[in-house]
Design a binder for this molecule. Sequence first.
Ligand SMILES: NC(=O)c1ccc[n+]([C@@H]2O[C@H](COP(=O)([O-])OP(=O)(O)OC[C@H]3O[C@@H](n4cnc5c(N)ncnc54)[C@H](O)[C@@H]3O)[C@@H](O)[C@H]2O)c1
Length: 269
Amino acid sequence: MRTIVVTGSASGIGAATRKRLIAQGERVIGVDIRDADVQADLSTASGRRDAIARVEHLCEGRLDGLVTCAGLMGLPSRPGRVLAELNFFGTIEFLAAARPWLARGTRPAVVAISSNSTTAMPGLPVELTRLLLDGDPAEAIAYADKVGSPDAYAATKLAVAHWIRRQATKPEWAGAGITLNAVAPGKTETGMLAEGRADKTYGPLIDAFPVPVGRSAQPEEIAALIGFLLSPDARFICGSVYFIDGGTDAQLRANDFPAPFPAPRPKQA
Ligand SMILES: NC(=O)c1ccc[n+]([C@@H]2O[C@H](COP(=O)([O-])OP(=O)(O)OC[C@H]3O[C@@H](n4cnc5c(N)ncnc54)[C@H](O)[C@@H]3O)[C@@H](O)[C@H]2O)c1
């Protein structure tokens, strides 16, 4: 039996992942603001510290997997800082804290949840992504408030994807036998989507979003991919970002991925 932590385990993709893993005989430690083994608010620094300490106690400093689903969508009524804190810092601070526990685990694997909004949202505020990854956290959080949460959402999810790709290949992750990958779901029928549909500005946009397969996903379909990335069959997968979005990304940006390695520029005389 492996021990796997799932954040955002109370609902949607996290709940479907938890259920799938338990059905496979794994031990799951759920972390969420409600209805979880570890109840904590991951959108605050003190909540994250508390959750990390309690998870370390429960797993005795040894972990086989970690899935970071806790997240909120951007809405006009929600401050941008909440998304910077939860979607980005709530993911990467948990990952950084769990790294030594994972290094002691069996076939340790991490799956972070990004989003296909990273490539489907025109004019994403890339400055916020830059500040989250490379700037001062307080400045990034203040900037997220400035752009507002509807725009901040995709920028926080792009930062998660880039953080995963940057870290995955390092000696302390790949070199320590820990696989680090991300899943980028498209429209999925969860509490988050219901919350978006209830918003009078956002609701009509959600159902106008193009999905070539003609429907939204069920959370169990996303959990199946997460389950595969945690499995022994996925040990060669490192630093990948998997889009699972019914074809939206392919439709909007067919030729943008894979992007070929550009030829080196000729040296100036
Ligand atoms: N549903 C979609 O269409 C979609 C698309 C792309 C990406 N995602 C991502 O998938 C992940 C899971 O979302 P979902 O769609 O299952 O939504 P959901 O609302 O069903 O689940 C999110 C979970 O996060 C928890 N959470 C919220 N605030 C928290 C906090 N401050 N501290 C701790 N936990 C908190 C909630 O209680 C809930 O259990 C999110 O990161 C989301 O951004 C969802």
